[in-house]
Design a protein around this ligand. Structure first.
Ligand code: NAD
Length: 235
């Protein structure tokens, strides 16, 4: 059965995505051959983007974060746009994403579960005041609130727990779905990658450039670019 036929046979489709969904928007992922993990920094990205590092080395954290994690000029690609269109037409129930770039919402998606938070929400650790990503991008050193507190991006750092209500919402969506489209993820970041195991529906589709642990067990596996696959989809 083709992807289009599976979509036509389904009533509650959920999309589960990762960094590979945004590479066609010019944002590098982590684990591809041109991903951030293959570039060289004084510390591994996994170390810099950890709660411990944030506590102990904030200057260096924000230097990396500003340089690599704030792609504010990136635009949604065909995958983001088509998913928003599918939701609008009532074909797609929701997007569950590990991404923090906000591109699904920029494309018009409404029901988005951001498992790892968003670069677009930043808050003062002292008084709780919120700041947009632009404020962080334009600040120097450690960004400070007008009250003097440090501003922290609302993204889940390694070693930090995921937001409870976002997790509950995402799992509920996956449990109730009859089709799950998984795309652009190496399925190696936990607990997020484990949430797909809650799926009990009819079709599991995987669209990922490189191999994943799910290749053998899904109903349809496309080793293609996710933007190109969605671009070609007609309803
Ligand atoms: P990952 O880097 O571990 O894996 C990305 C996967 O996407 C790879 O297997 C690669 O083959 C595939 N891929 C890359 N471009 C693709 C394309 N155009 N079409 C299809 N497949 C493509 O990413 P992950 O599994 O999401 O885990 C990394 C973590 O890093 C996530 O938690 C995420 O929060 C974070 N992250 C987010 C962004 C972002 O917000 N855009 C960017 C980098 C990392």
């Amino acid at each position: 059965m083709t992807l289009r036929e599976m979509i036509q046979n389904s009533k509650r489709i959920v999309f589960f995505g990762g960094a590979g969904v945004s590479t066609e928007s010019g944002i590098p992922d982590f684990r591809s051959k041109d991903g951030l993990y293959r570039q060289h920094y004084a510390y591994d990205p996994e170390v810099i983007l950890s709660a411990d590092f944030f506590r102990s080395n904030q200057e260096e954290f924000f230097r990396f974060y500003r340089d690599k994690m704030l792609p504010l000029s990136a635009k949604p690609n065909a995958a983001h746009r088509k998913l928003a269109e599918m939701e609008e037409k009532g074909i797609l129930s929701s997007v569950v994403t590990q991404n923090i770039d906000g591109l699904h919402q920029a494309a018009g998606s409404k029901k988005v579960f951001e498992l790892h938070g968003s670069i677009h929400r930043n808050y003062c650790m002292k008084c709780g005041k919120f700041y947009p990503a632009k404020y962080i991008a334009e600040s120097k050193g450690v960004p400070k609130c007008e009250c003097g507190g440090t501003i922290k991006p609302d993204v889940v750092l390694y070693g930090e727990p995921l937001n409870d209500s976002v997790v509950r919402g995402a799992i509920d969506e996956i449990k109730r779905a009859d089709m799950l489209i998984i795309a652009g993820t190496s399925l190696s970041v936990y607990p997020a990658a484990g949430f797909i195991n809650y799926f009990r529906g009819n079709y599991t589709v995987l669209i990922n450039r490189d191999e994943t642990p799910l290749d053998e067990s899904c109903d349809l596996c496309l080793h293609e670019k996710v933007g190109e696959v969605f671009e070609g989809l007609m309803f």
